[in-house]
Design a protein around this ligand. Sequence first.
Ligand code: PAN
Ligand code: ZN
Length: 190
Amino acid sequence: MEPFAAALDFKTGIIDSAQQRLQRRLSDMRAMYADRDAVEAALTRDNPLIYEVYGTDLPEREGQVLYCTTIIYPGTIGDEYYMTKGHFHALRDRAEIYLGLAGEGYLLLATDAGDARALKMEPGIVTYVPPYWAHRTINCGDVPFIFLAAWPGDAGHDYATIETMGFPKLLVRRGGQPTLIDNPRYRVSS
Ligand code: PAN
Ligand code: ZN
């Protein structure tokens, strides 16, 4: 492989040479939101873009370091903020780092045993996802929340576990403030 450099615009999250651009809309992640009535009501109006990912086309194998930017738009479904699907790594002992670039949000983490943590993210904050922790990011602000992620090339992504179990906690807007609450649907199969 040849060494390479890429330009990353911190304000937009766009990587100039990104070969992959993924867009996730509400219809791609209806099972992720706890308030299913709010999901269906929102989908009768439109199908909002929740987040985008700019990635590079690196080989997904041991020894490589994959990286991408994620741009989560501001908004809520019911009172739950716009967020990523969230996942465990398929190889669960693979860790990851995130670097906040713009906007503000939270990194929500959970273990299989039901432990949960929420870390505030903003520009310049580096957060660490240890081995065995599922992770999801959430925009709790009024502007796009943008961060860079880097993780081992062989980690892989397990979305199905979160799709069926959910996270133990939800981040919702209460009195205008981000508030962590128990997820009433946790471990209730969708
Ligand atoms: C991140 C995420 C990215 C999108 O790069 O993949 O933020 O979130 P979902 O993958 O949950 O849709 C990462 O954690 N990679 O391993
Ligand atoms: Zn990950």
